[in-house]
Write a protein that binds this ligand. Structure first.
Ligand code: WTA
Length: 648
């Protein structure tokens, strides 16, 4: 083993759910006989009809199919609620920690959550929503977000959550693509004391083309801010839910019936609707949540993600609730009112399992140790990270300063497409190395290939593929099955291509090196370069734009845009500001460019393809690493860009 290894602490290993030899044995079994392994694992769910079939998968293009538990029937909300009522109905499911630390904490038991979900589910049925209908959820991080998702699941409606930071255009694109009939939103959100005009954004979105499918907008009263209610379309959430019965007959769902759609960015075009189904997804979320966090009945789990991202779906809603856990749901941000908020909240609610993003760790690390050290954090047992590679320096700070060198860290690699964690330490079984996601979960078969698809063995580096399916895998791109196959299964036939680069070391540990496609990972959020380019080009002064990522101390990657203006347009700071604003209002604040460089021309091949490799190096300010520029149609544009960059 290489020097920088953090062994599983002995005390932790002694009581761990999964120990070293368990991992080896279970992993081997999961590959040797997937039907037996996953057939057994599926018993952790409550089925209305137990599956007799387990795995039915072919990645071959001519005979493509991914099906798990295909004759099983279940309901996800029953698994997250009803089945806990007898044994732990009074147990707290959600601890709501509001934006302001002085605000009212809500503790919601499983029994109460069940009643709230049933009431909304009944209300949705009364509004004409049924199995297979798409429902958009655009809410702040409040308990109603969880209630709304589970209420959809209860009646078989397919939820499509839009992150509260997205702008009207992004809402409209998604609503139009999936043909949503109903939207659940709130008057306003609150983040770090600032209001977010959610209902107004929905109003603006519904004025855009393609959104006619929406018949009803339910509005949660949250801040009591003034909103325009447009009758009969808009209804107050309280009013439709009040008086509904607290019981609701759950829909029987086939394991392969859709549970949700969640849009995510790719290399090309608009974000695609990643579709997950009911049985395999739920099993994956629950099993990984229990195993990776070594979950116990008395744990308090806190995942700081927003429900608008897949991390919130799998590790705020479906995983923890299927496992009957107690969890914190947090409306605010890490640095409000100050940089001690996370650690104070951990003490306040006695959080034992904490799951956050490297970007938050880096930002808080910059504030020094004092905000951490004035809290106890004695309740912590396991620390987790997700969303992007964590640099070893931040890992060590998290381990030593936050965890007092006591708590194992699980660096969990996965994607919206994978439904849940695929590569991660199991805290009682796998020694950690700072910056490595370590080893695959049960059933997961990573491999590294070169650009031509040749399998590379041993210690090596290349592109990460997965050789076989796992139950939590996405099943299709909503409305475009061919795009699903083309995007993930054509590049390296016979395997799923992740879009990530990866190194494997001499111990067989995996180190994710970042995206190898045109996706930028900004603070753990996926942004497609094509989306930002299209937002820029929609400004009337812009002729052409090319966007690349560059290394950023806090965000991991920042957004760097090269913009060519139309003839006769003068480049100035006002225009630069207008373009930044254009991107924010077309996509949302997460896509804000960090730099805009005026580009008289862009480096293109003779066939007109923009050479992003070169633009990335210029953005990094590494002009000595440009490589071969001789294939460019006009190599002189590069000199001009390098000169400008240096002067900037
Ligand atoms: C990156 C988030 C390194 C990766 C769950 C992946 C990571 C993309 C890690 C998916 C990690 C996620 N180490 N990189 N532990 N976790 N990534 O769909 O590039 O929002 O492809 O899912 O995030 O982002 P997504």
């Amino acid at each position: 083993m290489s020097a920088d290894v953090y062994p599983v602490p002995d005390a932790f290993a002694a009581n761990a759910r999964i120990r070293r030899d368990d991992y080896q044995r279970l992993y081997a079994e999961s590959l040797r006989d997937p039907d037996a392994f996953w057939g057994e694992a599926a018993k952790r769910l409550d089925w209305m009809r137990a599956p007799t079939r387990v795995k039915d998968v072919s990645y071959a293009l001519e005979d493509f199919r991914i099906r798990w538990f295909a004759d099983g029937e279940l309901n996800a909300s029953v698994n997250c609620l009803d089945r806990h009522l007898e044994t732990r109905g009074g147990k707290t499911a959600l601890i709501f920690e509001p934006d302001s630390p002085d605000g009212d904490v809500q503790r919601i038991s499983y029994r109460e959550l069940h009643a709230r979900v049933c009431k909304l589910a009944n209300a949705l049925r009364n509004l004409g929503i049924g199995k297979g209908d798409r429902v958009t959820i655009y809410l702040p991080m409040i308990p109603e977000a969880v209630v709304a998702m589970l209420a959809c699941a209860r009646i078989g409606a397919v939820h499509m959550v839009v992150f509260g930071g997205f702008a009207p255009n992004s809402i409209a694109d998604r609503v139009a693509d999936c043909g949503s009939k109903l939207i659940i939103t709130a008057d306003e959100g609150l983040r770090g004391g600032k209001k977010v005009a959610l209902k107004a954004n929905v109003d603006a979105a519904l004025k855009l083309p393609g959104t006619n499918s929406v018949e009803t907008v339910l509005v949660v009263r949250h801040t009591d801010g003034a909103v325009d209610m447009q009758m009969p379309r808009d209804r107050w959430y309280d009013a439709v839910v009040d008086g509904q019965p607290g019981e609701c007959e759950p829909e029987r769902m086939n394991a392969e019936d859709p549970l949700f759609i969640l849009y995510t960015s790719g290399s090309t075009g608009k974000p695609k609707g990643v579709l997950h189904t009911t049985g395999g997804y739920l099993l994956w979320a629950a099993y990984t949540h229990e195993a990776v966090f070594d979950l116990r009945d008395d744990d308090v789990f806190w995942c700081t993600a927003d429900v608008g991202w897949v991390t919130g779906h799998s590790y705020i809603v479906y995983g923890p609730l299927a496992n009957g856990a107690t969890e914190v749901i947090f409306e605010g941000v890490p640095n409000f009112p100050d940089a001690s908020r996370f650690w104070q909240t951990i003490d306040k609610h006695q959080v034992s399992l904490f799951y956050t993003a490297p970007t938050a760790i880096r930002a808080l690390m910059r504030e020094g140790d004092a905000p951490v050290k004035r809290t106890s954090r004695a309740s912590l047992r396991v620390l987790g990270t997700v969303g992007e590679p964590i640099n070893p320096e931040a890992w060590r700070w998290y381990h030593e300063t936050v965890g007092d060198a006591r708590c194992p860290i699980v660096d969990t690699w996965w994607q919206t497409e994978t439904g849940g964690i695929l590569i991660s330490p199991l805290p009682g079984a796998i020694d950690a190395k700072p910056g490595s996601a370590t080893r695959p979960f049960f059933g997961v078969q990573p491999a590294i290939v070169d650009a031509e698809g040749k399998r590379l063995e041993g210690a090596t580096e290349g592109n990460l593929v997965l050789l076989d399916s796992w139950p939590g895998q996405m099943r299709t791109v909503y409305g475009d099955h061919q795009r699903f196959i083309d995007t993930y299964f054509k590049t390296y036939p016979g395997s799923y291509f992740t879009g990530d680069g990866c190194r494997r070391d001499e111990d067989g540990y995996y180190w994710i090196t970042g995206r190898v496609d045109d996706v930028i990972n900004v603070s753990g959020h996926r942004i497609g370069t094509a989306e930002v380019e299209s937002a820029l080009v929609s400004h009337h002064d812009v002729a052409e734009a090319a966007v690349v990522g560059f290394p950023h101390d806090i965000k991991g990657q920042g957004i760097y845009a090269y913009v060519t203006l139309k003839q006769g347009i003068e480049a100035n700071d006002d225009l630069r500001k207008a373009l930044v604003q254009q991107v924010r209002s077309e996509i949302g604040p997460t896509a804000t460019p960090d730099h805009i460089q005026w580009a008289p021309g862009l480096p293109k091949t003779r066939s007109g393809k923009i050479m992003r490799r070169i633009l990335r190096k210029i953005a990094e300010n590494a002009p000595d690493q440009l490589g071969d520029t001789s294939t460019l149609a006009d190599p002189s544009v590069v000199d001009a860009l390098v000169r400008e960059r240096r002067e900037a």
